[in-house]
Write a protein that binds this ligand. Structure first.
Ligand SMILES: C[S@@+](CC[C@H](N)C(=O)[O-])C[C@H]1O[C@@H](n2cnc3c(N)ncnc32)[C@H](O)[C@@H]1O
Length: 499
């Protein structure tokens, strides 16, 4: 069968932390599921893994896990295999193949199955192949992460997609990239001329403008796949419930809290809806959701072994510059995090990540519910995140060392405690390198960073240093100022295992 997916165009090569075990578990645990402890390790399989960057980074940060990545595109799988060889990883296996043709016998029982950018971009038999693998291999208490384009929100965007597809077909070009570039140039003309199908609604116009800034490889995969099929939430939830899985929530925590994502005048409508699937479907109307990143769980019986619940969940601060008085702009309105409960959580997590159970004990002066709700608000604002309580591991430390010591190569560093990768710019990498070379007072730190930046020629070559000018004294002074500021991030770097 022609599965209409063109292996000609490679996909973009990005890391998605929302597919990490910590994030998936967090969504399940905070929706009331208890999960197996998975103390003896776990197995994880990404279907349609592209270049496999997410699976590779997860393998590097979870030595106790066994990882698999499957993709139709053999070139992409080759790149993933080479990369993992370079990382020295032996707990990840990439397979070039069609999800439709996977033999479940070739896999161990799985704790996680993930698919990002697959489910609504492939024909029904491929979706069935994925569901069959899950039905055959997902353990009780196992979790599925699945993203898809959503109806009814996508109805408003369909004219843009239909236009792109029609223009690419009319282009007379043979290569997919040329067709995509042509279709994008035609859409640009439509935007410039404020053609009605793009300009009649401000949100559709925003969508088109954003789309035109995207990598054409992404546009080819997202919009020009002929079998693109946005789906109502209830259709996807039924596919999964037919094989025994229940919906837990979305990895964008904002979407799990309708009070934050839907304007207040619509809250009563949602509260009246008791059926969880109907409630999600209604939210999609009220919020005009276009994309979901859903987590589903296969229920297990608590007699089957030790379990984790929300109290075991470890929380950490995402950056030490979080200020309790900051305001966050949720779709339902602004929220100020200046209540003492927020300050207490931020102050406590500033020094180290902690399990929720411990946080509740340390901050027992606050009512448990208020504390938990405040934590969830900080999570929705992405100021706190689920962590793993793991010390460093050799693969992760080795990869970070290469990235900190070597030339610029990637803007991410790995963390075992976070359970994935985080952005770190050249200034941070330089600071971590200098800190790793022995104790220094503040003045020495600034000088050492300046010398190292010169040695690496980063004043010329790194965009992060471009604004420091040509004068050596001014550059040195800039690095002294940076050292004085960045040293305040030490707790954060320590919590990530970077110091
Ligand atoms: C939109 S990309 C997403 C890649 C990756 N999950 C990510 O988010 O970066 C979809 C991927 O699915 C792969 N794919 C499409 N149909 C497939 C099939 N039937 N079996 C295996 N992989 C498939 C494509 O080759 C492509 O790399």
């Amino acid at each position: 069968m022609d599965n209409t997916y063109s292996p000609e165009v490679e996909y973009t090569n990005d890391y998605y932390h929302f597919m990490s075990p910590a994030m998936i578990d967090c969504i399940a645990l905070n929706s009331g599921f208890s999960l197996p402890r998975r103390d003896g390790g776990f197995s994880y399989c990404e279907l349609g893994c592209g270049f496999g960057l997410t699976t590779s980074y997860l393998a590097a940060t979870h030595p106790e896990g066994r990882f698999f990545g499957i993709d139709l595109n053999a070139m992409q799988i080759g790149v993933a295999q080479e990369k993992c060889k370079g990382f020295g990883l032996d707990n990840v296996h990439f397979i070039a193949g069609d999800v439709m043709e996977i033999d479940p016998e070739g896999f161990p029982d799985l704790d996680y199955v993930t698919m990002h950018g697959l489910y609504s971009w492939v024909p029904a038999p491929v979706r069935k192949g994925a569901l069959d693998l899950i039905a055959a291999k997902l353990k009780p208490g196992g979790c599925v992460f699945l993203s898809h384009d959503v109806l009814p929100g996508w109805h408003a965007l369909m004219p843009i997609r239909d236009f792109l597809l029609a223009e690419s077909e009319k282009s007379g070009k043979t290569s997919v990239m040329d067709r995509t570039m042509y279709a994008m140039s035609r859409l640009q003309q439509m935007v410039d001329q404020r053609a009605n199908f793009v300009a009649s609604s401000p949100s559709v116009l925003d969508w088109a403008v954003t789309l035109l800034k995207q990598d054409p490889r992404y546009v080819a995969h997202e919009y020009l796949v002929s079998c693109l099929a946005p789906m109502p939430f209830k259709t996807v939830a039924k596919d999964l419930s037919d094989i025994g899985l229940q919906y837990a929530g979305d990895t964008r925590p904002l979407l799990n809290n309708f009070r934050l994502c839907v304007p207040a005048n619509l809250h009563a409508d949602i509260e009246r809806e008791n059926d969880p699937h109907e409630r999600e479907a209604l939210k999609d109307y009220l919020f005009a959701t276009t994309f979901r990143r859903s987590v589903f769980v296969r229920r297990h019986s608590t007699e089957s072994g030790p379990v984790r619940d929300a109290g075991d969940q470890v929380w950490g601060l995402m950056a030490t510059n979080v200020r309790p008085s900051l305001e966050f702009d949720f779709p339902s309105g602004k929220c100020r995090f200046d209540h003492p409960v927020y300050q207490a959580i931020i102050g406590t997590l500033r020094t180290q990540p902690r399990p929720l159970r411990e946080l509740l004990q340390v901050l027992s002066g606050f009512p448990e519910r208020a504390l938990y709700n405040a934590l969830m608000m900080l999570f929705a604002a992405q100021w706190v995140a689920p962590f793993r309580m793991n010390s460093g591991n050799s693969a992760c430390d080795r990869i970070n060392r290469q990235r900190i010591e070597g030339p610029r190569r990637d803007d991410m560093l790995l963390s075992s405690t976070y359970g994935g990768a985080l952005p770190a710019d050249d200034v941070e990498r330089l600071y971590l390198f200098v800190r790793g070379t022995g104790g220094k007072n503040m003045a020495e730190l600034g000088d050492a960073m300046h010398r190292e930046a010169e040695r690496r020629n980063w004043y010329r070559e790194s965009p992060a240093f471009a604004s420091f000018g040509a004068d050596a004294a001014a550059r040195r002074q800039s690095l002294h100022r940076i050292a004085a500021r960045i040293v305040q991030q030490d707790d954060y770097y320590r919590s990530l295992g970077w110091l």
